[in-house]
Every structure is written in C-alpha cells, then in structure tokens.
Design a protein around this ligand. Sequence first.
Ligand SMILES: Cc1cc2nc3c(=O)[nH]c(=O)nc-3n(C[C@H](O)[C@H](O)[C@H](O)COP(=O)(O)O)c2cc1C
Length: 175
Amino acid sequence: MSNPVLTAIADRRSIRAYKGEQLTQEQLDTILKAARESPSARNIQPWHFTVVQKPDILKEVNEEAHKNIGSPDIPPDIFYAAPTVVFVSCNAEDRWGRLDCGIAVQTIALTAHSLGLGSVILGLPDAAFTGPRKDHFNQLLKFPAGYSFAVAIAIGVPAGTKEAHPQEPDRITFI
Ligand SMILES: Cc1cc2nc3c(=O)[nH]c(=O)nc-3n(C[C@H](O)[C@H](O)[C@H](O)COP(=O)(O)O)c2cc1C
C-alpha cells in the first residue's frame, strides 16, 4: 500500500549535513503551521517554538552543551551547521507536555521532508538547558515563563542522506 503520507514516513531520514542556503519564509511558515496543527492532550497545545537562524546563538548553545556533557563522543557541532533550528519548549507543569512536543516535532520532521528539506530531531541541546547556566539559556532562547526545553530540530537543505534505520524485530505483540 502506498500514499503520500506513507511515502513521507518511509523516506524521512535524520539528516546530519546541510547546504548553506536558508529556508524560504514560505517553507518556514508551512512548517510552523503544520507543527501547530499537531494533536495534543486536551488540546492544551503546551508547546512553544523558538526559531533560531542566528549562528552565534547556536554556537553558544553548542559550546554550553559540550561543556556540560563533557564527552568526546558527541559531534563537534550538535546542530550540524543547519541554517535553522527550532527549539520546542513545553509547559513543565503539563502532564502530557513532553509527549505533545514530541508529536509536534515529528510533524515538523515530516513536513520538512515533504518540502524537500532535511531535518534531524535533537535531544543533545538539553544539556545547555539543564546545566549550571540554565537560566541564562532559557532566557536566551526566550522560553516562556514556566516552560523548559523539550526537544529541538535542525532543518535545512540536505547535503546527503542515509539508509533507513533497521527495524527491531520484536517490538510488537499481538494478543
Ligand atoms: C527524541 C530524539 C532525540 C534525538 N537526539 C538526537 C541528537 O541529539 N543528535 C542526533 O544526531 N540525532 C538525534 N536523534 C536522531 C536519532 O538518532 C535517529 O532518529 C535514529 O538514529 C533513527 O534514524 P532515522 O531518524 O534516520 O530513521 C534523536 C531522535 C529523537 C527521536
């Protein structure tokens, strides 16, 4: 069976190399509209999207994440030089907030893919927002009061692709 939604789901990949060009305003608007069309528990929409296209800010978050993680195993640039990164923060009090933000970020990933863009969902930036300078970084990214980092997503024109991830065989039970 095939249709455009199934094709987008099957063909999306985490993209970790980008061309220099920026997203168009129309692409960005389309992505943010789709993100806000995502479902959320009780329709609370407990998310906030901070769009960052300033390399200086991404550099600062990257350096802080490196400092706080302190492991050589993470990539030198956790944003892979993507021209746009959307930070999704969530209402920390909301019972389903982080799950809702996860759904929204997948909507962004699929929408970006449908527009011919690449993306990668990012958890690593979390280290900048939970470390000793978390207040500074929450303010730098303009998270609303009471909101905290949930997840981020780097978006850009892909400079390469990869194989689909192999599916673990025993993750379904029929009863
Ligand atoms: C919640 C979440 C956090 C992730 N964090 C990172 C990250 O910080 N850096 C990264 O390169 N990839 C990250 N990924 C991407 C995964 O590594 C990727 O989805 C997985 O390897 C499967 O590959 P695929 O997306 O190409 O199918 C994250 C994915 C999810 C869903």
